[in-house]
Design a protein around this ligand. Structure first.
Ligand code: SF4
Ligand code: SF4
Length: 263
């Protein structure tokens, strides 16, 4: 049984920064179920959104240089997400894969942490940008330098858009990865001043992983607790995850890192 490399300890930042629709909890506000020093008051019956969410700081070896989220004041989502560049002249939509970073709205520049910038630069090598989010609708897409463009770029969104479902995220990954490199996308984006980033649902491609149903996209079954992400091309699944077809499946419930364990 593989243990996660890091532990939550006293951190509860995900329960403050992330929105949780099932309990009408907005982003950036403490959850009413949080209990200082104890964790989640309803942990055994917490909503599906809480069960499905996974913390990249806990699970990904490439976050080893990042501080614990309650000290850095940002949370990196394990699940890939997307923004869409819309060319307002042609109407053409181009998906861009992003790593979501939920940042404390009271410390808006926390994401400028050099360790996180280095992490975002490594993601750029994989063709990904970063979506910095201060709330469900207030965000900014950040592009790290590429060999063709040595500058950082920050593109404010008019609106980040609706919160993607897990099925939308799974389905969107493959489509975005078929596209041209980030440098070309960025060049096109910067050439269009009216461009803005917004949300993107896409249809499913390929066979859904175990525990997920095909409903035009890969939708987790209602009682499913294990998270899943598309398996990164040429890379292993994260430590503690297993492969299911072209997906990586997170730890089973008994071994899943518990964001807010009862103490
Ligand atoms: S999962 Fe744990 S370490 Fe990650 S933000 Fe939540 S409480 Fe902090
Ligand atoms: S895990 Fe518990 S405390 Fe955290 S957001 Fe969900 S319900 Fe709230």
């Amino acid at each position: 049984m593989t243990k996660p490399p890091r532990q939550c300890g006293e951190c509860q930042l995900c329960c403050k920064l992330l929105p949780m629709k099932e309990i009408a909890k907005p982003a950036g506000k403490p959850c009413p179920q949080q209990r200082h020093g104890k964790g989640c008051a309803i942990y055994p019956t917490r909503p599906p959104g809480c069960r499905l969410w996974s913390c990249r700081w806990l699970l990904d070896a490439d976050t080893a240089e990042l501080r614990r989220p309650d000290r850095s004041r940002y949370v990196v989502d394990m699940m890939p997400d997307f923004v869409e560049w819309v060319n307002n002249e042609t109407g053409e939509c181009t998906p861009i894969e992003v790593v979501q970073v939920w940042c404390d709205p009271h410390q808006r520049d926390a994401w400028r942490d050099p360790a996180l910038l280095a992490f975002i630069e490594r993601r750029a090598e994989e063709g990904k940008a970063a979506l910095i989010r201060w709330s469900a609708r207030d965000g900014m897409t950040v592009f790290a330098p590429t060999p063709d463009d040595p500058q950082w770029h920050e593109v404010r969104s008019e609106s980040v858009g609706h919160e993607h479902t897990a099925a939308e995220k799974y389905a969107a990954v493959k489509a975005a990865r078929r596209l041209v490199g980030l440098a070309l996308l960025l060049a096109a984006l910067l050439a269009a001043p009216a461009a803005f980033a917004q949300s993107l649902p896409l249809p499913k491609t390929g066979q859904c992983p175990a525990g997920y149903r095909d409903s035009g996209a890969c939708a987790p079954t209602s009682d499913r607790e294990r998270p899943a992400i598309p398996k990164p091309a040429g890379r292993q699944c994260p430590s503690g995850w297993s492969q299911s077809g072209s997906y990586c499946i997170g730890p089973i419930p008994e071994t899943k890192p518990q964001p807010l364990p009862m103490r």
